[in-house]
Design a protein around this ligand. Structure first.
Ligand code: COA
Length: 363
């Protein structure tokens, strides 16, 4: 399925206005249209589309939401490693629902990830169901039989979207814990955790990954896709090479992201065997996102995860002193990483769930 660059309004097939569909929703005859986030002419609509996702984050987490900037999303839409489609649900002349469908093209060729938000003031009118239906038909048109989506909620709240996901045939694939560490943290404590006198040396970079790291980083990134707990998620190993690592850092930097990364070099072999990354978005310069952390299996048990994370936090304090907290998500089943995080001072803020639906056999 391809979408025209300047699409005309298009009605979604389904029950007539006022009818109750098979999911029990009264159909509002929603006006759903594709939107090209890369088209400069559609920029005001693209900003409204992002704003719907941001409104959901504010609803769930107040001023502690996680928001992508349009520049970051555009970077993803330009990436050669996946295809992305965006749809918007309109009410009068405003976008009130936003959906993205992402389909990896270098690995996980059966997978389609849906990112769905309906503005809190426009719920319970069938917009979510209509957007999801459209997203699922885009996935089907691309031969994707595994669908995934995410819900989130704050500590002390409940997952408001659980019933919606379950009603549409999605099952829980994984539950994640969201936690945060305040910065600056106790420097002496971090320095004690980061100290070492063994076969490993910690190296780090800010923003620009050294060329000579690329091959080892590709191996580590590929392992990351299988070695972090996947619980019930039907994810396959990702395919990484030096060029993909280079391209993904370059694209993210171009979109305004900054990076602080530390890695452990195994001195006897000269190889990088562990890494951890914190990214900072131009949209929230005081917030670090703790991204991947991995120690190769054969180098576990030396405390490298804790040491690297402590060293990287120190580097963030030195290089990006405007960062006042670092946010991370870990599988609830990932006891080792959660224990490391507790020692660093991370505190639980909320939860998220990855939902999945297999459509093969239902066709
Ligand atoms: C989950 C979400 C997308 C649902 O959006 P929505 O537009 O309210 O979705 P719908 O109107 O199609 O369905 C929501 C519920 O309203 C009910 N509903 C639909 N039309 C209705 C109507 N006219 N009157 C009363 N109820 C109605 C549906 O039956 C459904 O019930 P359920 O939650 O028990 O399944 C929205 O709450 C949201 O953006 N949440 C935060 C982001 C998120 O979690 N997204 C991921 C979803 S997998």
């Amino acid at each position: 399925m391809t979408y025209a660059v300047r699409p005309r309004p298009r009605k979604v097939a389904g029950p007539r206005r006022g009818e109750v569909d098979r999911l029990g929703a009264v159909n509002e005859d929603p006006d759903i249209r594709p939107i090209d986030l890369l088209d400069p002419v559609q920029e005001p609509a693209a900003r409204d589309w992002i704003e719907v996702h941001a409104a959901v984050q504010r609803e769930l987490f107040g001023d502690r939401g996680s928001a992508w900037t349009l520049e970051e999303i555009r970077g993803f839409h330009r990436s050669p490693t996946g295809r992305r489609f965006a749809l918007a649900a309109w009410s009068a002349d405003r976008i009130v629902g936003a959906l993205e469908v992402r389909m990896p093209t270098t690995d996980n060729l059966d997978l389609a990830l849906v990112w769905l938000s309906v503005h809190p003031d426009h719920r319970k009118r069938g917009l979510g169901a209509a957007l999801l239906r459209e997203g699922e038909s885009i996935a089907a048109a691309h031969g994707r039989g595994t669908l995934m989506g995410e819900t989130e909620w704050a500590e002390g709240d409940t997952d408001e979207a659980e019933a919606f996901a379950a009603r549409h045939g999605y099952a829980i694939g994984q539950t994640m814990i969201r936690s945060a560490m305040r910065l600056p943290a106790d420097r002496a404590h971090l320095e004690a955790l980061a100290r070492s006198d063994d076969d490993y040396a910690v190296e780090s970079f800010v923003d620009h990954i050294p060329e000579e790291w690329l091959d080892d980083r590709a191996v580590l990134q590929q392992r990351m896709s299988t070695d972090a707990p996947l619980d019930d998620l039907a994810l396959e190993e990702e395919a990484w090479d030096a060029e993909r690592v280079r391209e993904s850092f370059a694209r993210a930097l171009e979109s305004g992201r900054r990076f602080v990364e530390s890695a452990a070099r195994h001195l006897p072999t000269g190889r990088l065997v562990a890494f951890t990354t914190i990214a900072v978005s131009a949209g929230s310069p005081d917030l670090g996102y703790q991204q991947d952390t991995l120690v190769l299996r054969e180098h576990r048990g030396h405390g490298l995860g804790l040491r690297l994370k402590a060293a990287n936090a120190l580097r963030v304090m030195d290089e990006l002193p405007q960062v006042t907290s670092v946010r991370t998500w870990n599988a609830a089943s990932n006891a080792h990483m959660l224990a490391v995080n507790r020692r660093l001072g991370y505190a639980v803020e909320g939860y998220s769930r990855e939902w999945q639906k297999q459509t093969r056999g239902n066709e």
